[in-house]
Write a new protein. Sequence first.
Lengths: 466, 58
Amino acid sequence: MSNRFFKKIVGETNEYERTPIPGASLKGGKSFLGMYAGEHTAGTEFVIGPLFVAHGVAAGDLVLGLLIGNLLAVLSWGLITGPIAASKRMTLYYQLERIAGKNLVRWYNLVNALMFCFLAGSMIAVSATAVGIPFDLEMPTLTDWLPRTPGWIVTVLVMGAVITLVAIQGYNQVSKFANIMSPWMILIFIAAAIVGLAQLGVGSFESLITIAQEVIWNGVPLAGMSKFTIWHIIFFAWFCNMAMHIGMSDLTILRYAKSWTYGFYSFAGVFLGHFVAWIASGILYSVFLQANTASQEFAPGAIAYQTLGIAGAICVVIAGWTTANPTIYRAGLALQGIFPKVPTWKITAIVGGITSLAACFPALVMKLLDFVALYGLLLMPMGAVIFADFYFSKKMGFQYEGALNSKSDFSVPALLSWVLTLVFCLGLNFFYGVEIFFLGLPGWFVAVAIFVVLSRMKYPLAKSLA
Amino acid sequence: MKNLLKIGSLLGLLLTIVPPIIFFMGNSDLSQMKWTMGFGMVLWFVTAPFWINKTSQQ
């Protein structure tokens, strides 16, 4: 009964999990613009902008830091991920399997899928803060880790079920959904900034500068929060999607691109979502703090509803949805690598269930900055491995796609690149106190270097006879 | 028909962004602005799905 139901809505979806995308299935630029704009104008934006306010970043540091960090992120997508995706046209998971071997990729896929589940779960939780408004649901606070009420759990589980139904229909449905929603969502974020500034008393350019510097981003962190500098903003903006660009997760999406340059289309996502939307949501939170000075409540849905009414609350739901959808889809593909014979739709349904359970815990929202940085860091070394294999195998004298060409199911260079890089990053954090936001950059170079050196030893190119 | 839908969608977007600007200029109250934005949202939702993805597919 349930199988028939799922098969009916899935239809004849072909996701090309283990074959390159054929020419007829390539997609034009509009599809990627909509996808990126929708994905990065998301539920997370309603959390990250306010957390910057809570961490006491100064107004000038925020604007300059976001401009620089977002530019670096677009360049990472355009120059690192896009060319490899358009050349290979394979999912991250299948590409990695050819380099690192089936057995190692199983572990990578498991970590990847879990991280995606938690991220999608946080998005569902954010959406639930809006869905719960008409039911007078008790909202989570900044210090909450566990669900407060059974009503919260029921709301989250129902939302998770609906979102999963859309996600199991594959990339086409996700893309269509994002395309429809993104123009309206972006305008809602801009509207939030305009209304918020009016409520804070901005009436001229001079008062905008004054209120931005002295009220919204006044450089003073809230009690119990660490101080953020311009470096935090630059590195967070650059690496909040580290798993997607230098971690290569977006190979899975960009393999559909007609041109390698479509990686640069990520500018639509980052400069609208990670600039306009973060600033707008920071303004919204500032309005909330002005009206509720002692409140510990942290509910993006309620905050948006207070300023923008029903349109604001619905936007929070949709914004969470358009991020959760592709994230669940990606998690499904990750598990596909472990269970290749199980249909994608069935795996996505299971992933949706795990995601919905994770969403019950508000800690995913309250610790989002740290979680986003951690999940990117955990996955990044394998992106560095793909990069090194693609660009350095011939130049540095080792066999490309080492596991495939040596008929091995396990690549020691890839494993050690992953593990030793994480050990190196952990050491930087533990012994030198380097914060998690700054570990990705040195870690990427370490991963590339370890993989190249060990691959030359393990998979050297046979010297040709003169 | 498609042109009518597109006009409806455009109107929906205008009703989403113009009321906040009018509110910012002090020419409407918050409640009025919220209701107008809600109407714009409904207009977008009932018109945009019928032409946005159709255009992409073509």
